[in-house]
Ligand binder design. Sequence first.
Ligand SMILES: Cc1cc2nc3c(=O)[nH]c(=O)nc-3n(C[C@H](O)[C@H](O)[C@H](O)COP(=O)(O)OP(=O)(O)OC[C@H]3O[C@@H](n4cnc5c(N)ncnc54)[C@H](O)[C@@H]3O)c2cc1C
Length: 480
Amino acid sequence: MFDVAVIGCGVVGSGIACELSRFRLSVAMVEKENDVACGTTKANSAIVHAGYDPEPGTKMARLNVEGSRMMEDLCRRLNVRYKRIGSLVLAFRESEMECVRALYGRGLQNGVEGLRILAKEETLKLEPGLNPEVAGALYAPSAAIVDPWGLAIALAQTAVLNGAELYLNSPVESIEEAGGFYRIRAGKNNIEAKYVVNAAGTHADEINNLAAKPFFKILPVKGEYYLLDKNQGGVVSHTIFHTPTAAGKGVLISPTVQGNLIVGPTADPASGPDDTAVTAEGLQKIAREALRCDASVNLRESIRNFAGVRAATERDDFILEASPDAPRFVNAAAIKSPGLSASPAIAKEARKILEGIGLRCEEKERFTEYRRPPLFKDMTDGERRIAFGRDPLYGRVVCRCETVTQGDIRAALRGPIPPVSVDGVKRRCGAGMGRCQGGFCGPRVHELLSRAYRVPMERIMQDKTGSYILTGETKAGDAT
Ligand SMILES: Cc1cc2nc3c(=O)[nH]c(=O)nc-3n(C[C@H](O)[C@H](O)[C@H](O)COP(=O)(O)OP(=O)(O)OC[C@H]3O[C@@H](n4cnc5c(N)ncnc54)[C@H](O)[C@@H]3O)c2cc1C
């Protein structure tokens, strides 16, 4: 019997499990996929928003500002990429300047530090490549960029390192209150837990409805993107937004912590909670909007298009509360943007809610955070020599675009949550994230995984269960 079962291992569930693992509690982490960070956490803009956008007084506003203040230190401790680059919300006409002023006022109410309204000249001084017709901007120096899946994986690894038990490939299908505890059927596993946290992202309404009365519905909203090659990474040095509309924060242009440029997202109704299909119309919309801000963005340098799904509901706020009708059941639901930014604060808040409904939290004497192993490409020459001395595989480059070595991959395979798929390796070490998108290193990573797990290559997936790369052996003479 576990004290707490956390359902869903994105940045929210992993953060909550990590926070709980600081206490003398037994924690189960239940995830339907074959890895953590496979949902919205791996497909978003990766911005740590300053917090001027959410409506003052909402949980979203408070937790965004708190989370953004906690993020830099958290990422430093876990060795997750983070860069405070600041953001600009551009206005091109007087009506948009009004919006900038309204956001400024909202930001002050939310407690965002350092906000300034810039005139045209100051804006162009910060970002000389912008459309010269810009009228002014809201400058938020506290905004940052982060590696979202890196953060979620490091949080989940820390939870596991401190005793949490991770159930992968375990889709929750039923939750039954059995008199003081819950019985959870999750794939082949039957899990018992006194408390349940629902952090199932775009599926959170389904999980709530297994245990409690339906009171919210996820209305999934898709966001499509262009990811541009590193030769575009320096086109802007801040995150550039348009003034927001009712549909969302609008299309942004931003450097990523990996050195690429991300352009997007759209905000259109998705056909379901997992609809991550990219569309020609979506990409055209992004191109139109992005080029209005900065005509020098070269979308022909696109190396990947992808989409993520927002867990929106009719209520424009996070649903972070104990269930009104299921005892010892907490929803961390409707965590749409700025959920990534707010995630460190959401984790603390969820633990406090659990304490409020009777969970006893006594701090452990020892709690160890998992520092992600440094990557060869980030090491100094001296560190490289030491790494190579310890493990000569650091001298063998597997991914040429991103300079990822076999030593990096071996270190990931030795972590508390080792990758089982080619994309799992990508999310941990960056192999396959470069210009060729795994064209060169994909087959090599595939082979390394097959050897590490001593399984035939046909059993290794590209990403989620079912994403086969090979379905049979090719014999000489097959190709005629
Ligand atoms: C287009 C877009 C852009 C965004 N940009 C930003 C941004 O720049 N900054 C920001 O702060 N936020 C941003 N967000 C929001 C942010 O990405 C999310 O708030 C955050 O990733 C939500 O994390 P999560 O853990 O709640 O959900 P997820 O990452 O989706 O995790 C939920 C997990 O639950 C699992 N699950 C689902 N059903 C079951 C089941 N039955 N049994 C077991 N497991 C289950 C899923 O497999 C998944 O792993 C953006 C979102 C989108 C879509």
